[in-house]
Design a protein around this ligand. Structure first.
Ligand code: PEP
Ligand code: MN
Length: 338
């Protein structure tokens, strides 16, 4: 429920109502605005009727939040959230590029890619240390050794890092090494994992499950915020459809829809979204045009040697072209390329 207070309501008026909401076992939210204060009550809305809030002199309006997701909804917060990964802002008029290898493989490999993306002005480095692989015989990642390399790459190139978490017990350990957790498609509804990163402070890049609806993605984000971490970035990474020509079908509908329904920033992953190297460039341009807040792409200096996803890794040449080609689309969307 959203409770809009009158412009003259004081903080004490708000606190009185918030305390009553908490007494009922509902989650109280305090959202002071420039013109007026808005309060929220999350939980079973029928309970709230007991308070008869309409009889409070400082209450102007009471409205239900119609969507099943609440904290992520624009109904609750109309303005865009800006999420900072270390000192790099996602959202708020920026179009931010995150790039790096699928997996961290060695110092030479990671530093080589970091150096390359840095020279193109990219502010964030991605790389998986824990890899959720379809086959148990595929490379599973370097684990903590990979995290150490990510931390070293950040120190060397001043590139904050994004890396996937697959085990809730790793949340604290990873926070020592990286700047943003990635929750991968295969774990979007791993609720213990969502709660574990929800208890941390570092931001979370939440990828859409390959057969998850948009509503399920938003409810997964709701889990993280409800557990205490509001720094959530959504990522459309393609869904499974009947189409087999591409690895996945990049759902750009979802990007436009998400921008309407949620205040959270939205990135697009055209690498996994297409799985086809030559399509990453056009789909990145499309992502900018449709209103995404940035892209996350895979790059490798020697894709043939890559231990995972080499077929979709951009080389230095591909990457330079991508950065040049997206520029006019980012400007046309009224954003600044970061
Ligand atoms: C990845 O980013 O390398 C990855 C495994 O992505 P997804 O979870 O989207 O498949
Ligand atoms: Mn990958």
């Amino acid at each position: 429920m959203i409770i809009v207070l009158k412009p003259q309501a004081t903080e004490a008026d708000a606190n009185e109502i918030l305390a009553k909401i908490a007494e009922l076992g509902l989650k109280p939210l305090y959202m002071p605005g420039i013109e007026r204060t808005v309060l929220g009550a999350l939980g079973d809305e029928r309970i709230l009727r007991q308070l008869h809030l309409d009889s409070y002199p400082m209450v102007n309006d009471i409205k239900p939040i119609l969507s099943p997701y609440k904290l992520v909804s624009r109904e609750l917060q109309a303005h865009d959230s800006v999420v900072a990964i270390d000192d790099v802002k996602i959202g708020g008029g920026n179009f931010t590029v995150v790039a790096g290898p699928c997996s961290v493989e060695s110092q030479d490999q990671l530093f080589g890619v970091a150096d390359m993306i840095k020279s193109h002005g990219v502010p964030l480095l991605r790389g998986g240390a824990y890899k959720p692989r379809t086959s148990p015989y595929s490379f599973q990642g370097l684990g903590e050794e990979g995290l150490k390399l990510l931390r070293a790459a950040k120190a060397q190139y001043q590139l904050p890092t994004v890396s996937e978490i697959i085990d809730p017990n790793d949340a604290e350990l990873m926070a020592e090494y990286i700047d943003c957790y990635q929750i991968g498609a295969r774990n979007m509804q791993n609720f213990r994992l969502l709660e574990a990163v929800g208890k941390q402070q570092k931001p979370v890049l939440l990828k859409r499950g390959m057969s998850a609806t948009i509503e399920e993605l938003l409810l997964a984000a709701e889990y993280i915020i409800n557990a205490g971490n509001a720094n959530v970035i959504l990522c459309e990474r393609g869904i499974r459809t009947f189409e087999t020509a591409t690895r996945n079908t990049l759902d750009l509908n979802a990007v436009a829809y998400l921008k309407e329904k949620t205040h959270l920033p939205v990135l697009v992953d055209p690498s996994h979204g297409t799985g086809v190297k030559s399509l990453i460039n056009p789909l990145s341009r499309a992502a900018a045009a449709v209103g995404a807040d940035g892209i996350i792409v895979e790059a490798h200096l020697n894709p043939k040697e890559a231990l995972s996803d080499g077929h979709q890794a951009l080389t230095e040449e591909d990457f330079a072209k991508l950065m040049a080609d997206i520029k006019p689309f980012v400007s046309a969307a009224g954003k600044v390329l970061r």
